[in-house]
Design a protein around this ligand. Structure first.
Ligand code: GDP
Ligand code: MG
Length: 274
């Protein structure tokens, strides 16, 4: 089973990149069935043997896209126009910018879904508090829910620091969560404050976004990496089929081993969710 990742805005793109590099580090140079399953889940393999992340990067400015580090695998699907951002305004992203980009995005989604017969889920990654990820993200999720009713919609949402960097963050977050709650099969929430605290305890004092993203990536990978004879996404969908359990909050500490062995949630799910 594979999934298609959609990364929106600065936060979504940076977290998504960290997720892909974590996955790639976990499985590269390894021919085990675990690694093969994982690679097939996250990457298309081109005819010249190059790994292409099964992912679409979406932004309304080019700053983050242009400052990405080079990787051995290339992100091929990039939609980043010079629209001047979404002004940290959910409504502007949802009502205005999304109309400029939606056809392009849905076209890429169609092409990617047609590449794999086993595409089971969409994984959307965004912050709730900016304008692009929250606004355009919600619009795209709405279209995905409508156009692909049999696929699982999984939304990984980063909640802002409580002390707030963006004056509109609370409005954007409420609007995003209200929309996404209707349409998510699974919502996974990451609170920047909590993730920051975990990183400070375990790593060092001067924590930056890259540390936060690494921890978020480890937590996401611990859900989605394959386990023997079981598909985690299906397992998760059972867990969250009741509306009360739709939102999961993961609690795990920073894992800094060089080759992390991702724990599947399995029996530990109950302990970690709230
Ligand atoms: N964890 C994490 N949070 C981020 C990152 N970049 C931005 N944020 C948070 O995302 C929010 C701003 O959203 P952003 O993605 O910049 O807005 P957008 O580009 O308009 O979607 C703020 O609350 C930031 O704290 C990141 O790389 N990691
Ligand atoms: Mg932005």
């Amino acid at each position: 089973m594979s999934l298609l990742t959609l990364q929106y805005g600065q936060c979504g793109i940076q977290v998504g990149e960290s997720l892909y590099s974590t996955i790639f580090e976990d499985v590269k140079n390894d021919n085990s069935s675990y690694s093969m399953q994982s690679l097939n889940k996250w990457f298309n393999i081109s005819c010249n043997g190059k790994y292409e992340p099964r992912s679409i990067l979406i932004d309304t400015e080019t700053k983050v896209i242009n400052s990405r580090q080079k990787t051995t695998y290339g992100f091929e699907n990039i939609i980043a126009g010079c629209h001047g951002g979404s002004a940290n305004n959910w409504a502007f992203g949802y009502n205005v910018n999304s109309y400029t980009l939606i056809d392009l995005i849905l076209d890429k989604v169609r092409i990617e879904t047609e590449k794999s017969d086993y595409m089971q889920s969409f994984l959307n990654i965004a912050s709730s508090s900016g304008g692009t990820g929250s606004g355009i993200g919600c619009k795209v999720v709405e279209e995905l829910k409508d156009g692909y009713p049999n696929k699982l919609i999984i939304n990984a949402i980063v909640l802002p620091y409580l002390n707030g960097e963006i004056i509109t963050q609370n409005y954007n977050t409420i609007l995003s969560l209200a929309k996404l709650h209707e349409m998510s099969d699974i919502g996974i929430l990451f609170e920047n404050d909590q993730i920051h605290e975990l990183c400070t305890e375990r790593v060092h004092d001067s924590v930056n976004f890259s540390d936060l993203n690494k921890l978020i990536a480890f937590q996401l990978a611990s859900i989605f990496q394959p386990i023997a004879d079981e598909n985690n996404a299906v397992f998760l969908s059972h867990c969250s089929s009741h509306p009360i359990f739709k939102y999961l909050r993961l609690r795990s500490s920073y894992r800094s081993s060089k080759h992390p062995k991702f724990e599947c949630l399995g029996q530990k799910m109950k302990k970690r969710t709230s």
